[in-house]
Ligand binder design. Structure first.
Ligand code: G3I
Ligand code: 9MR
Length: 732
């Protein structure tokens, strides 16, 4: 946006948002064919019915509106239109007599790919210390800002080895939000959430190329993007004692200009804090798991991160209550946090998972830790989310029933709110705080954890509703995501969007969202309403309702991946049949006349050779009648491959099918691959990569198992090598 228009808009009325219009509110972007589909209709609508019309205006579905229900958060009474049955790809609107048709939306299998890519790309657009080239940034290309290669140590951060005023390098990292500063507490939860998204949905991210400078280096873009911030976070640790600085900022906020024009002020690392150290420890411990396979691109990184995490943990143990407060001369974002027991639990959980040391599990004191939806100042939920995801690799000390109870307890509470809410969202009126849209998205992320654990469909539906909310099914009828939907936020409090010459803001950012405390009302024109869900200004002045932030975007990245990967695919019956038919055909054709020790050696070596050629790091095990005939872990392969191999091959031995066949069958039936009834996930893994060795005339005698890639790719590698070895020509 041009500087001139900044002056004009600051003088003009804020965002021109009147009282809530009597309009139909719906996700303005898209639904997956099988997702639950709801719209919100004003109660004053005439008649009790609605239609869904296609692009030509032809009705394709008709239904009855739900009963009128009041929503305290917006003071409205509304009715729900449910149209989940509309599952044929196309473009539609909702119509109700006496009202304008709703904004259009599409139904299709790739509903959230562009949104998922843009919400991740937003981080690239907020990188400090690097010029954004036109080939990656398009119209948002810009010179580098804030190199942070010479940053001063603030008096509050002084130590004997780094006295006040000494200079350190603390480069890279993402700008926190609409401002150009960098803060540990928001960095920790943001980076972790991106990495967790990758840990939970690797296949989605393997396919998500967002055109950043590192794209194509053999590491998923989400991990490369996270690395940009992780490198900065590492530089925030004082090597002398393991302590971590709370933030790297100016003394005052920069002006609303482009990054390279904003660099007049000196930058400082400000005071170490317990919260920073624990955020750092948790994030680095989690990152060390994700980075382990990428030795080639990031040599030694995983080990370095784990050591850094343990050093930060030790500092926090010795300094358990160093609470951050802005020193008098610093007025940038505080991220002060009166309680650090949640950060401690999270750090302990991540260190326990990554090191396998029981002492960390005991330090967490899990029975004293409840589960809440995450926010920068309450990260308990992240501990439970990680423990639940990694539950099959925990030491015997872990209390599996407790983990399940915490995750399900939270999801059940949120789902109950959602069920009874007029707008069918999990949020209550009192949840509307600074960053309310991220409250909604983080609640959805925890509902997803519940679904992943026990497959309760309503948890997934409630999570879908949260995404629908930020995309338009909200009391304002706006899409809060820049660049997406018919009526998106146009004027976020985001310095690059304001300072550039492009009319549209940088895309892919979710804005903070409505909240009634209006901490910016001194500099903004009056808000249209003080009701929680309506207290919002789409105006650049409104840092309290319309800023963007890295920690608010992360659950959006997570949710687009989760819904895309978990929503059962509403494919036609014949397509369903096809996938399983092909997998069954593979099992029929890829059989041996005989299977000797040398056969195993030859196939094992071929697998390793192919992975090496693909620059992949895998582990392979080939067994016959319980005896291992070939086993190899390539350089960089983490130890947990062994456990995956054990559990995948056990599944094959029990079912007689490839592990990918079982996986596909469960997914197609809408089930949770990590919770197949009667299969203990500590013993069985329904992930691709293990294939039965069948000798014609004898039957199954063993397994060939690969671990290290996303399941479908592990499976593909085995099939490719077997086809080649057995000279099978048919396309499989
Ligand atoms: O949770 C309480 C609620 O119980 C209470 O009723 C209500 C009224 O006082 O306040 C709620 O707390 C608010 C808190 O956010 C909720 O997370 C605080 O008032 C509010 O001041 C606080 O705002 C924080 C804001 O910085 C100001 O410090 C936001 O969480 C935080 O996301 C935001 O972060 C800023 C950084 O400082 C600077 N960079 C941009 C970033 C995003 O705006
Ligand atoms: O721009 C700042 C934003 O990034 C912060 O979230 C917000 C709260 O800390 O503060 C903003 O800066 C404002 C300052 O606090 C008050 N004067 C106006 C500034 C925005 O132009």
């Amino acid at each position: 946006m041009k500087r001139l228009s900044l002056l004009l808009t600051l003088c003009a009325a804020g965002g021109a948002l009147a009282a809530p219009e009597a309009i139909i509110k719906v996700n303005q972007l898209a639904f997956l064919p099988a997702s639950q589909k709801l719209a919100v209709v004003p109660a004053e609508a005439k008649g009790g019915r609605f239609d869904i019309v296609d692009a030509e205006g032809k009705p394709v579905f008709s239904g009855t509106l739900g009963s009128p229900v009041r929503w305290d958060a917006s003071g409205e009474t509304v009715r729900i239109a449910g149209f989940s049955g509309v599952n044929v790809p196309g473009r539609y609107r909702v119509k109700v007599d006496g009202l304008a048709p709703s904004d259009p939306f599409t139904v299709g299998p790739d509903a959230y790919r562009a949104l998922g890519a843009a919400s991740l790309k937003a981080y690239y657009f907020n990188r400090s210390a690097i010029a954004l080239a036109p080939k990656h940034a398009g119209v948002y290309a810009r010179p580098a800002g804030h190199p942070d290669d010479r940053v001063r140590v603030h008096a509050s951060a002084a130590s004997s080895t780094r006295p006040a005023g000494s200079v350190i390098a603390s480069s890279r990292g993402w700008y926190d939000a609409g401002d150009y500063n960098k803060y540990l507490p928001s960095s920790g939860i943001s980076t972790y959430t991106l990495l967790a998204a990758y840990e939970h949905f690797p296949a989605w991210f393997e396919r998500l190329d967002v055109n950043i400078p590192e794209s194509g280096n053999g590491v998923p873009d989400v991990v490369d993007e996270a690395m940009w911030n992780l490198e900065w976070m590492l530089s925030m640790q004082d090597p002398a004692d393991g302590g971590v600085y709370h933030k790297l900022t100016n003394l005052k906020f920069d002006a609303m200009v482009m990054p390279h024009l904003a660099m007049k002020e000196p930058r400082y690392v400000v005071a170490k804090s317990t919260s920073a150290a624990l955020n750092f420890a948790a994030t680095m411990a989690a990152a060390s798991r994700v980075l382990a396979p990428y030795q080639k691109q990031y040599p030694g990184m995983a080990a370095k991160m784990l050591t850094a995490a343990e050093n930060a943990w030790k500092w926090a143990q010795a300094n358990p209550a160093v609470l951050f407060k802005n020193p008098p001369d610093v007025v940038t974002g505080e991220y002060g946090d009166a309680r650090v027991d949640d950060e401690l639990a999270w750090a302990a959980a991540e260190l326990y998972i990554s090191t396998g040391k029981d002492s960390y599990y005991l330090a967490m004191q899990p029975e004293t830790v409840s589960a809440t939806y995450p926010a920068w100042d309450d990260v308990r939920g992240l501990a439970w989310m990680s423990l639940a995801h990694h539950r099959s690799r925990l030491t015997p000390l872990a209390d599996h029933a407790l983990i399940a109870a915490r995750i399900d307890g939270l999801a059940a509470r949120l789902a109950a709110e959602w069920r009874s809410s007029a707008y069918r969202v999990p949020m209550r009126a009192q949840d509307f705080v600074w960053g309310s849209n991220a409250v909604m998205l983080n609640q959805a992320m925890m509902l997803v954890q519940g679904y992943r654990l026990n497959g309760k469909r309503e948890y997934l539906e409630a999570a879908q509703s949260a995404l629908d909310y930020v995309l338009g099914r909200n009391a304002l009828g706006l899409s809060f995501v820049t660049g997406f939907g018919a009526r998106p936020s146009m004027h976020p409090h985001h310095r690059p969007s304001q300072g550039d010459s492009v009319a549209a803001p940088v895309p892919g950012w979710v804005t903070g969202g409505p909240q009634p405390f209006q901490q910016d009302k001194a500099e903004c024109r009056p808000y249209p309403s003080t009701l929680p869900a309506l207290s919002y200004l789409d105006h650049v002045c409104s840092f309290a309702s319309n800023e963007v932030a890295i920690n608010w975007n992360a659950p959006l990245v997570y949710l687009t991946a989760a819904l895309s990967e978990l929503t059962p695919q509403a494919r036609t019956m014949s397509e369903h049949g096809n996938a399983l038919d092909v997998l069954r055909r593979q099992e029929q054709l890829l059989q041996f006349d005989s299977f000797s020790n040398d056969t195993a050696l030859e196939i094992g070596l071929k697998l390793v050779e192919l992975a090496r050629a693909n620059k992949q790091v895998i582990s392979v095990e080939i067994a016959r009648n319980g005896q291992v005939l070939f086993a190899h872990g390539m350089t960089g392969a983490p130890a947990d491959h062994g456990d995956w191999i054990r559990r995948k091959s056990k599944l094959v031995n029990r079912t007689g099918h490839s592990s990918f066949y079982v996986h596909t069958e469960v997914v197609q039936n809408g089930g949770d691959i990590d919770a197949i009834p009667s299969f203990d996930i500590r013993e069985y893994a329904a992930h691709g990569g293990s294939f039965p060795v069948v000798v014609k005339g004898t039957g199954q005698v063993g397994t060939i198992t690969v671990s290290g890639l996303p399941g479908p790719d592990d499976h593909r590698l085995v099939v490719t090598v077997l086809k080649d070895y057995l000279k099978v020509r048919e396309a499989l």
